[in-house]
Design a protein around this ligand. Structure first.
Ligand SMILES: [Fe+2]
Length: 345
């Protein structure tokens, strides 16, 4: 496995790059905007293809690199379903799997630092965001933080993992890089409490100053959605309510870009084809399944995904590859459901 821990010294943020092999798909966790050039350089140097950029929670101390990475690499952006961020390409919840080729991380909902904090676990390690830090825990005094919820996340989820599980947090300010669950159980001063009330008391009396970047970072991080004006201006966007009336028409092919797990969990538009986003390039190029379908039948290709981001990127790629009648459903399956379009499970 390829595993890199990258550091932003301005915000004390750790960013993690994972891939199963050289030449394969890569995933990045908690990227920082100012470091995006470096990440892309490293991805290229290691001969990787970045396919997912994930934030463990909405950060208050730095601007996320999610949007910039998506715009520059066409990777998809991922956050937890509880996040108040405007639009990401994919949302996950407890028990879901965050996957790339050869790597599957288990998703744990670990609120407390914020109400949208998630942890991601591989067999031998866990990325704890700001829920559990090395010899510390993430503050709980803003962004709907809740010391009681954090106690529950830490004691009833994270500390129940095997003692030798490696802990990789989103931040460190003292130069520590990694710990283990067993070590934190024993030596993390915040965890040496006898009750949840004692923990809450401790967390509610930290009296920390607000992060310097907070007033800039939080609003910026709330808006990472893809700019879609150009797609609309070109007439490549179909509103969900209009898409509902196109269903069943012989001259329109609905194409679902989501992953199998998303389809099973959230359902599909009946009669739609499945062409997962990671295979998009080969599908839209001459000789590819969608290219030939459009050419041979003259059908309009109508892409959809979860929230309209992957499909917006697919429309651009399809037009570049010469599929002139490609369009997408704005807002994806979420908008389709709001428009009361039928969904099959
Ligand atoms: Fe944080």
């Amino acid at each position: 496995m390829i595993f890199r821990q990258l550091f932003d010294s301005t915000s004390g943020t750790y960013t993690y790059l994972l891939a199963s092999r050289r030449g394969g798909e890569a995933l990045i966790i908690d990227p920082v905007l100012e470091k995006v050039d470096r990440y892309i350089q490293l991805v290229n140097e290691l001969d990787l293809r970045l396919v997912k950029a994930v934030d463990t929670h909405l950060h208050a101390d730095h601007i996320t690199g999610l949007g910039a990475l998506r715009d520059r690499t066409h990777c998809i952006t991922v956050m937890g379903e509880r996040s108040k961020v405007d639009v990401v390409s994919m949302r996950l919840s407890e028990g879901d799997k965050l996957t790339i080729e050869g790597v599957a991380l288990e998703v744990l909902y670990t609120p407390g630092h914020t109400d949208d904090s998630y942890s991601f676990r591989l067999s031998d390690r866990i990325f704890t965001g700001d829920t559990l830090l090395i010899r510390g825990t993430g503050r709980t005094d803003f962004q709907n933080g809740d010391a009681r919820a954090q106690y529950d996340s830490i004691f009833n989820k994270l500390l129940r993992l095997p003692d030798d599980t490696l802990v990789f947090p989103a931040h460190d300010y003292k130069g520590e890089t990694v710990s283990t669950i067993g070590e934190e159980k024993r030596y993390n001063p915040r965890l040496q409490v006898k009750s949840i009330d004692e923990y809450v008391e401790l967390m509610n009396n930290l009296n920390l100053p607000n992060p310097k970047m907070m007033d800039v970072a939080v609003p910026a991080n709330m808006h990472v959605g893809l700019a879609q004006e150009r797609i609309e201006q070109q007439g490549w966007a179909v509103r969900a309510c209009d898409a509902v009336t196109l269903r069943g028409r012989a001259d329109v092919a609905f194409v679902d870009l989501r992953e199998r797990g998303e389809r099973e969990k959230h359902g599909v538009i009946p009669g739609s084809l499945h062409a997962p986003y990671p295979d998009l390039k080969e599908n839209v190029e001459p000789g590819g399944m969608l290219h030939e379908l459009a050419r041979a039948t003259g059908k309009r290709i109508l892409f959809y995904c979860a929230f309209g981001e992957r499909s917006a990127m697919a429309v651009e790629a399809a037009h570049q590859a010469g599929i002139e009648n490609a369009c997408h459903i704005t807002g994806g399956l979420a908008a389709w459901k709001k428009a009361e379009g039928p969904v099959a499970h």
